[in-house]
Write a protein that binds this ligand. Structure first.
Ligand code: HEC
Ligand SMILES: [Cu+2]
Length: 337
């Protein structure tokens, strides 16, 4: 039964991918690069696929020819001339692969060094990334802004992502922009990405990290520079105060239940928890925990039991709260803009 359910889910996922690809909306494909890193990697993919295709065609052609040419014919007892130890052939099939590997290696090594180059601090923007089971923390050290699961960047700017992990090994991959890079505890790795056009670029964890690894998604949202400046300004001065009595009730509940793990800038809480995603301007996020559309219904379900959505994640269920209390929390959180 479970197996059937999984196969069904697989088909739904495949269909979703096809439909998404059709919309050309959130982009998640190495074949549709949106920046220099992705383009350079796609070039290498074409080169290696081209060389491999050539090898397969040549080897298959020789194979078919040999099988046909030296087949056993009726009345023919003799075995064909044996060529074991032929110096000419040995040299030939050693030298050809060496040449192919050199053709592959030179651009690959050169691209690897280019992609790993430290960008000029004046011409780039630094973003610190920390991976956790199963969410992404993003910090803009020069802008004084923090967010989670959705990282906003300006187009046409090199973004110097410096990454590490808060627990196990994760890996950062936004296929359209380029990648991947591992996030190792205690080590800082770099990935420099740039988006040439505004858009939403899907990202994923690509290092098996636990039960909800497959749900450890993020989004890179690229804006034209002026729009990005507006986003930064709104994050520096977020509206974190409740607008309705219900939301005030919600804020109180947050201060009693949530701030040990979550920070909300501008709300005036004394404690700023760091073991969960920063919830500043949470109402502006497109998704909850990177997997669910951000709307009131889903948020309610998330708070009642986050484990249903993301098995094994580190947020406890709040099913002991009353319906009214959950509504109050939802009201306050969705108003954070
Ligand atoms: C013990 C720590 C802890 C407590 C307490 C906690 N959370 Fe969380 N919360 C987390 C973690 C960890 C995540 C990330 C889950 C994941 O995606 O893996 C999370 C995720 C979330 C998210 C999704 C964030 C995003 O970026 O999409 C929301 C919303 C949220 N929590 C709200 C709350 C509220 C409201 C409370 C209080 C009623 C609360 N949390 C209490 C740890 C906690
Ligand atoms: Cu992960």
């Amino acid at each position: 039964m479970k197996q059937k359910w999984r196969i069904g889910a697989g088909w739904v996922l495949l269909l979703a991918v096809i439909i998404q690809a059709g919309c050309g909306h959130p982009s998640q494909s190495v074949l549709d690069p949106a920046g220099p890193a992705g383009r350079s990697q796609l070039g290498l993919i074409y080169l290696s696929t081209g060389i491999m295709t050539l090898v397969v065609i040549v080897v298959a052609a020789i194979y078919i020819y040999v099988v046909y040419r030296f087949r056993e014919r009726p009345g023919e007892e003799e075995i064909p001339e044996q060529v074991e130890g032929s110096r000419k052939l040995e040299v030939l099939w050693t030298v050809i692969p060496i040449i192919l590997l050199v053709i592959l290696a030179v651009p690959t090594i050169s691209a690897t060094f280019t992609l790993n180059k430290k960008p000029e601090p004046e011409q780039s923007m630094r973003v610190n990334v920390v991976g956790f089971q199963y969410w992404w923390g993003f910090e803009y050290p020069d802008l004084g802004v923090q967010t989670a699961n959705e990282v906003h960047i300006p187009t046409g700017t090199q973004v110097d992502f410096q990454m590490t992990s808060g627990d196990v090994i994760h890996a950062f991959w936004a296929p359209s922009l380029g990648g991947k890079q591992d996030l190792n505890p205690g080590i800082q790795n770099r990935l420099v990405l740039e988006a040439d056009r505004p858009g939403v670029y899907e990202g994923r964890c690509t290092e098996l990290c636990g039960a909800s690894h497959a749900l450890m998604n993020f989004r890179v949202i690229a804006h034209p520079p002026e729009e990005f400046e507006e986003w930064v300004a709104s994050m520096r001065n977020p509206s974190s105060q409740p607008q309705t009595p219900l939301a005030s009730e919600g804020k109180k509940l947050v201060s009693q239940n949530c701030i040990g793990c979550h920070a909300i800038d501008g709300a005036g809480f004394e404690i700023k928890g760091r073991t969960g995603p920063n919830l500043t301007a949470f109402g502006k996020r497109t998704r909850i925990a990177g997997v669910w559309e951000n709307n009131k219904e889903n948020l309610e379900a998330w708070l009642k039991d986050p484990q249903v959505v993301k098995p094994g994640n580190r947020m406890p269920a709040f099913d002991h709260l009353s319906k009214k209390e959950i509504s109050a929390l939802v009201e306050y959180l969705s108003d954070l803009k």
